[in-house]
Structure formats: structure tokens, C-alpha cells
Design a protein around this ligand. Structure first.
Ligand SMILES: Cc1cc2nc3c(=O)[nH]c(=O)nc-3n(C[C@H](O)[C@H](O)[C@H](O)COP(=O)(O)OP(=O)(O)OC[C@H]3O[C@@H](n4cnc5c(N)ncnc54)[C@H](O)[C@@H]3O)c2cc1C
Length: 374
């Protein structure tokens, strides 16, 4: 490892670890800086489902990520999707979602489940629920893919510095920087506070072991609409089981919540769908932040106004499902193999500011990028 690496990657989540692996395997000298530990953020605390993202622009990233997982050593993607059951206490509430899914994503083979049918498929479910069944969703232990990419990065010669908080103006010389710091990416790229196209959307998950847990991933209807609307005060039910451990979720909150305080509400919500949750022993409660961009799509490419700073962040609720393919594309850009990525993912698409509050601030602050090194 040279004193001045070719590339510094900031953040050891799924995106940063995959980036470090791809760059190092392609011959770059790579230093990854992580203020905490590997998968310390959402990449180690998510619900653990590799799932179709329900947005056309993101589907290629999902398909490519599944292919990357198939060849990832030390990580076992199930051979077939577990399937997702979208559940509702009111059958009519699913009509619009079913029609939209069938029209946009026939590959999901969305089918209606009449009241009672979900409980026949998954005996732990409450008897009267209606649902939709989707052919997607691979259940995996939440931190497994990130850990496997970190190991792959090390094996390829990348230097992983943990407990190493980064600031772009204090990195020292290097060829390029990729900021893959999840929801904290904008504050690293633009400490002035003017550019904030990604915000945290905080989620709590409870970890528990259920006897004979469901095979399908389970979720309450309406989660996608809720994320698109920026969150909701009440917990929304989801349950994913991988390697015998179930993750019960979740919340969608703009401020960091206290996970222990929210645990009773999560259990109460979940017990409406899976009554056995009322008596289940909770092993732990974990909190993490979805890096949610203003249009729900990741920011992949050069930071606005910066030639040698790249951004790979903003995957919201889909980072485990899309992050490795995003990392592959940004690695190709950094290595000069891709001239540019699609405008859909351009980090500059929001301009320099996104919110009226930030906009007002920006009129006084002319954000000027500093040179990377020096
Ligand atoms: C409750 C919940 C459930 C989820 N479930 C799923 C799911 O089932 N499937 C799915 O696909 N996605 C899921 N997601 C979303 C997914 O977890 C995220 O999109 C993804 O983990 C983001 O990865 P990342 O690498 O961009 O960021 P992160 O995982 O947040 O990693 C960023 C890293 O950067 C580090 N960092 C920050 N600032 C600095 C600094 N200054 N210097 C050094 N390091 C720094 C942080 O410590 C962190 O380790 C879920 C998210 C939540 C919150």
C-alpha cells in the first residue's frame, strides 16, 4: 500500500465495502475510512431482505446486485426468492396496489390472496388477513453481505481503517475520494450545510426467535407509499426471518428514536398480523437510518462541482438490494471505464440545495469546492 492511495473510500457500509473490493480487485490502491466499524450503520441493522425495488429505474441495479451476490464468497443468497406477502386487514385496500404491480412489474407475478389464504400459507398469521403474494425477496442475515464484501476488499489488498472518522479537507493526497457514508454523505461533501439531497429516515427493528417462523417475508400494505411521503409516526409491520432469526420492523422517522422505548409499539403492531409476537422474547432492539434521497433514487457519480470527489449514497430502503451494483458502476467511473452514469442518478440533479430552508441559506453561502489534496 502506497502512502498516497489511488482512492479513498469513506464509509464501511454495503456500498463502501463493495466499492473497496471492486476498486482493489481492479488494481487501484484503496484506503477505506470508517468512523465506527464494518456495517455499523444501516448495512448491519436492516431487515435483511434483498428485494425488487418497485421502481423501473432501479430494477437493473437490483438484477445486477442479485448476480453479484451469487458470486460473492462467504455469502449465501437463497437459490429461490422466499416470496413476499403484502398483508392487509381490509382486502379492498390491496386492489390499487395489485393493479399497479401487475402493470408495471409482471415479473413479480403478483397474485391476490383472499382473506384467510395468507394464514394457510403461513400458519403464524392472523386468520382473517388478506394479501398479495410477490415472487421476490431473498432473506439474508442483515450484516452478511457487507461483511463478505469487506473480507473481499481486504483479500484484494484494500486497507480498511476502522474507528477513523473522515473529513474531506483533512484526507491528505490521493487520486480520488468516494463518499459512501450513507445519510451522512452530504455533510461530508458540503460541510456548509447548503447541499442536503439525502436525509436520514430512522428505523427500529427488534430481533427475536419464533418457533417455526414464516418463510415468506411479511409486510403491511402501504410501506412504499409511506416512504415516498417521507415517513409516518406509527410503526408499520414487517417481519423477515433469515438463519432462524426474525427482524420485526419498523419505524420511518425523521429523528433518531430510542429503540427500547419503541419496542412495545412494534410488538403491538406486529401482533395484529402475527399474534405469537405478543409473547415472543425480544433479543435486541436496533436502530439505524435509511439514507433517503429527495427523489428516492441513489446519487451515483461526481459530486456537483468536484472533479475528484465521487458520491455513492442515497439508496433509502433498498441499499442491501441495490448497493453492490451501484458500487460497481461508481468503481467503473472512478477507474475511467465509464464516461458517465445516467442522469437519473447524477448527484448534481438537485442543484446545490434541495429544501427551501437550505435554499435560503445558500443565497448567503456560495458553496465553493475545495481542492481534494493540499
Ligand atoms: C430499519 C431498516 C431496515 C432496512 N431494511 C432493508 C432491507 O431489508 N433491504 C434493503 O435492501 N435495504 C434495507 N434498508 C436500507 C439499507 O439498510 C440501506 O439503504 C443501506 O444499508 C445503506 O448503505 P450505505 O452503505 O449507503 O450506508 P450505511 O450503511 O449507513 O454506511 C455508511 C457508513 O459511513 C460511516 N460514516 C459516516 N460518516 C463518516 C465519516 N465522517 N467518516 C467515516 N465514516 C463515516 C458510518 O459509520 C457508516 O458505517 C433498511 C434500512 C433500515 C433503516
Amino acid at each position: 500500500m502506497s502512502v498516497s492511495p489511488d482512492v479513498i473510500v469513506v464509509g464501511a457500509g454495503i456500498v463502501g465495502c463493495a466499492l473497496a473490493a471492486f476498486l482493489a480487485e481492479d488494481g487501484a490502491s484503496v484506503r477505506l475510512l470508517e468512523r465506527d466499524g464494518i456495517a455499523a450503520g444501516a448495512s448491519g441493522r436492516n431487515s435483511g431482505i434483498v428485494q425488487h425495488p418497485m421502481e423501473s429505474a432501479l430494477v437493473p441495479l437490483f438484477e445486477e446486485t442479485v448476480a453479484l451476490y451469487r458470486e460473492l464468497e462467504g455469502f449465501a443468497l437463497p437459490a429461490e426468492p422466499n416470496g413476499v406477502l403484502v398483508l392487509s386487514e381490509a382486502p379492498d385496500a390491496l386492489d390499487a396496489e395489485l393493479a399497479a404491480l401487475q402493470a408495471a412489474f409482471p415479473e413479480l407475478r403478483a397474485e391476490r390472496l383472499a382473506p384467510g389464504r395468507p394464514a394457510e400459507l403461513e400458519p403464524l398469521l392472523a386468520p382473517g388477513l388478506a394479501g398479495l403474494r410477490l415472487q421476490t425477496g431473498y432473506a439474508v442475515p442483515p450484516a452478511a453481505a457487507t461483511g463478505a464484501f469487506a473480507a473481499r476488499a481486504r483479500a484484494a489488498g484494500a486497507e480498511l481503517r476502522l474507528g477513523a472518522p473522515a473529513r474531506l479537507d483533512a484526507l491528505g493526497p490521493c487520486g480520488a475520494v468516494v463518499v459512501a457514508a450513507g445519510p451522512w454523505t452530504p455533510e461530508l461533501v458540503d460541510p456548509s450545510g447548503a447541499w442536503r439531497p439525502i436525509a436520514p429516515l430512522w428505523g427500529v427493528n427488534l430481533e427475536l426467535a419464533l418457533p417455526a417462523p414464516p418463510r415468506h417475508a411479511l409486510e403491511e400494505a402501504g410501506i412504499e407509499a409511506l416512504v415516498a411521503n417521507g415517513g409516518e409516526a406509527l410503526p408499520i409491520f414487517s417481519l423477515v426471518t433469515a438463519a432462524g432469526i426474525s427482524s420485526l420492523g419498523s419505524t420511518f422517522l425523521p429523528e433518531r428514536p430510542d429503540p427500547a422505548a419503541l419496542a412495545p409499539a412494534l410488538v403491538a403492531r406486529g401482533a395484529r398480523y402475527v399474534p405469537a409476537l405478543a409473547g415472543a422474547a425480544v433479543r435486541s432492539a436496533r436502530v439505524c437510518a435509511r439514507p433517503l434521497s429527495d427523489d428516492g433514487r441513489p446519487l451515483l457519480g461526481r459530486a456537483p462541482g468536484r472533479a475528484d470527489v465521487f458520491v455513492a449514497a442515497g439508496h433509502g430502503p433498498w441499499g442491501i438490494s441495490l448497493g453492490p451494483a451501484s458500487a460497481r458502476r461508481v468503481a467503473d467511473l472512478v477507474l475511467g471505464r465509464e464516461a458517465d452514469l445516467p442522469d437519473t442518478f447524477d448527484p448534481g440533479r438537485f442543484g446545490r440545495v434541495t429544501s427551501p430552508k437550505a435554499s435560503a441559506r445558500n443565497e448567503q453561502l456560495a458553496w465553493q469546492a475545495k481542492p481534494l489534496s493540499g
